[in-house]
Design a protein around this ligand. Structure first.
Ligand SMILES: Nc1ncnc2c1ncn2[C@@H]1O[C@H](COP(=O)(O)OP(=O)(O)OP(=O)(O)O)[C@@H](O)[C@H]1O
Length: 221
């Protein structure tokens, strides 16, 4: 489902941040990308989502070569991969509901159908009853859950999240990971970058470790 073959990445003239990365993630897996700050976790996730090109190597997502993606194939990738970046990019000039509606409006879905899907997504992340609030009125953990609702509203088969529990206390961090777990249980392939090893150890999963100059597939625990 996601395959990296001899992938290298550097920014501009800088040295390689990621060098000769090889791995395969199968459909339905729950994978953590772990490692110290600055090692390249965000870069790896962005490359899967087609937001950052590799410098060299092949990246295949759902049978599409992302490193060679054409503008025509981009909407397919956008729908297939739900992305939650470190900055949630929520819009504070509209309600929680309107934030979740946004990706559906872009797709041109029938408004009634879109509204019921958006409502269902909000309920799924535990924010039922808060749809009319501006995201600014939500707690950090709730804003993170709203970003998850917006990422899954298009029913992607892959969900990737960059440090979704950063700045959250333990209880809220677990709530967020439980939300991802629930989506994974219904078949969504899930990748989460986090440097919080103790938190990750609470979940049975596969871990890919990125350290400066080194990539290790730690397998399942
Ligand atoms: N757009 C960019 N242009 C230049 N350098 C970049 C860019 N994005 C990331 N980098 C550099 O690449 C390296 C890896 O960054 P990345 O954000 O992927 O690491 P990370 O493991 O996700 O870190 P963190 O846990 O702090 O988010 C860092 O040295 C960073 O400064």
């Amino acid at each position: 489902m996601i395959e990296f073959q001899h992938v290298f990445k550097s920014y501009g003239q800088s040295a390689n941040i990621l060098a000769d990365i090889n791995f395969t993630i199968n459909s339905g897996e729950f994978v953590f990308i772990s490692g110290p700050s600055g090692a390249g976790k965000s870069t790896l996730l962005k490359m899967i989502g087609g937001l950052e090109p590799p410098s060299r190597g092949a990246i295949t997502v759902k049978g599409e070569r992302v490193d060679k993606i054409t503008p025509r194939a981009m909407p397919y990738l956008r729908r297939a991969v739900g992305i939650i970046l470190q900055d949630t990019h929520l819009l504070y000039d509209r309600s929680a509901f309107e934030n979740v509606m946004l990706p559906l409006s872009v797709m041109g879905l029938n408004p009634d159908k879109a509204a019921s899907r958006a409502r269902a997504a909000i309920v799924k992340v535990g924010l039922g009853g808060k749809e009319k609030l501006n995201p600014i009125a939500l707690s950090g953990g709730e804003q993170q859950r709203l970003a998850i609702a917006r990422a899954i509203v298009n029913r992607p088969s892959i969900l990737i999240a960059d440090e979704p529990t950063a700045n959250l206390d333990q209880e809220n961090a677990h709530l967020i990971l439980d939300v991802f777990r629930d989506f994974n249980r219904v078949g969504v392939t899930t990748l989460i970058a986090s440097h919080d090893r103790p938190l990750l150890q609470c979940y049975s999963n596969r871990t890919l470790l990125i350290e400066p100059g080194r990539f290790t597939d730690l397998g399942y625990h």
